[in-house]
Design a protein around this ligand. Structure first.
Ligand SMILES: Nc1nc2c(ncn2[C@@H]2O[C@H](COP(=O)(O)OP(=O)(O)OP(=O)(O)O)[C@@H](O)[C@H]2O)c(=O)[nH]1
Ligand SMILES: [Mg+2]
Length: 248
């Protein structure tokens, strides 16, 4: 048993797994997600805590979280001054204390059944488990527009040199050994949807053991991704990586 787990068991108030959920104007989608996580956690073998990072939602996102949770899981709602999914996930990870930390989207595009095999991989000695919609064994049903799909294709081509043989950097489901996550996120800066590319690059270059886990991704309605605005900032962030990152 790794020593951090022994230490952890001595302080049971920190859950074994903390899940970070970035949430921007998610009142329509997050209630179902939180309820599903509570349901899943009630049968899981590990203890789970939630860190919801809400920066500037103009709706009832946080009330929905509390209503759906109804005291079942420890939930922290963390604020973040900087906008963007990357900034939000970083704030959540920095806030975490657990021996295992992960993040997932508020729309539950990756089924929760992926958590158990991801934790198994961490227990087996991997440091970083990347959900992948594109590696063998995954299913990926997309109903995205041609513009969005073309954008993703270009994004993947440009990102490729930074992420080695990783097939899918942009899947919103990733689990880490907690200390690895906290180190990686201290060394990364991107705030947009492109942040995962930098996270994967730093993880690989630092020598963490990185593995992809095939997931059954389902497209969810109500995307917060605005193809023009978020597309532009994602490509701008990729261009910034050219100046700061070495290829993986
Ligand atoms: N806190 C915070 N969360 C964000 C921000 N932008 C996106 N998110 C969250 O990031 C997660 C992923 O966003 P989605 O809108 O599902 O986008 P996506 O999954 O990349 O794209 P789709 O395939 O269109 O769903 C969701 O949980 C969003 O609420 C932001 O600026 N701040
Ligand atoms: Mg989504």
């Amino acid at each position: 048993v790794p020593s951090y787990l022994l230490t952890h068991r001595a302080y049971p108030s920190v859950p074994e797994l903390e899940l970070v959920i970035p949430a921007l104007n998610e009142e329509g989608r997050i209630e179902r997600t939180i309820a599903a996580i509570c349901e899943w956690a009630s049968e899981a073998t590990c203890s789970v805590g939630l860190i919801v990072v809400d920066n500037g939602s103009a709706d009832a996102t946080t009330e929905c979280v509390d209503r759906a949770n109804a005291g079942r899981l420890p939930v922290e709602i963390v604020g973040c001054r900087v906008r963007g999914k990357g900034a939000a996930v970083r704030a959540g990870v920095k806030h975490s204390n657990a021996p295992y930390v992960g993040f997932c989207d508020a729309d539950l595009a990756t089924p929760l059944s992926a958590i158990t095999p991801a934790l198994d991989l961490l227990h087996q000695g991997w440091d970083v488990v990347l959900g992948s919609r594109l590696c063998p064994g995954a299913t990926y049903a997309v109903s995205q527009t041609l513009v969005r799909r073309s954008g993703s294709w270009c994004f993947r081509r440009i990102a490729r040199r930074y992420v080695g043989s990783v097939t899918d950097t942009q899947c919103g489901f990733k689990l880490f050994v907690g200390d690895a996550a906290r180190t990686i996120f201290t060394e990364t800066e991107l705030t947009s949807f492109a942040f995962d590319v930098e996270v994967v690059n730093v993880a690989l270059r630092r020598g963490y053991r990185v593995v992809e886990l095939p997931v059954d991704w389902s497209d969810q309605e109500g995307s917060t991704f605005r193809p023009l605005r978020d597309g532009i900032s994602s490509f701008r962030d990729l261009a910034q990586l050219r100046r700061t990152l070495e290829p993986a």
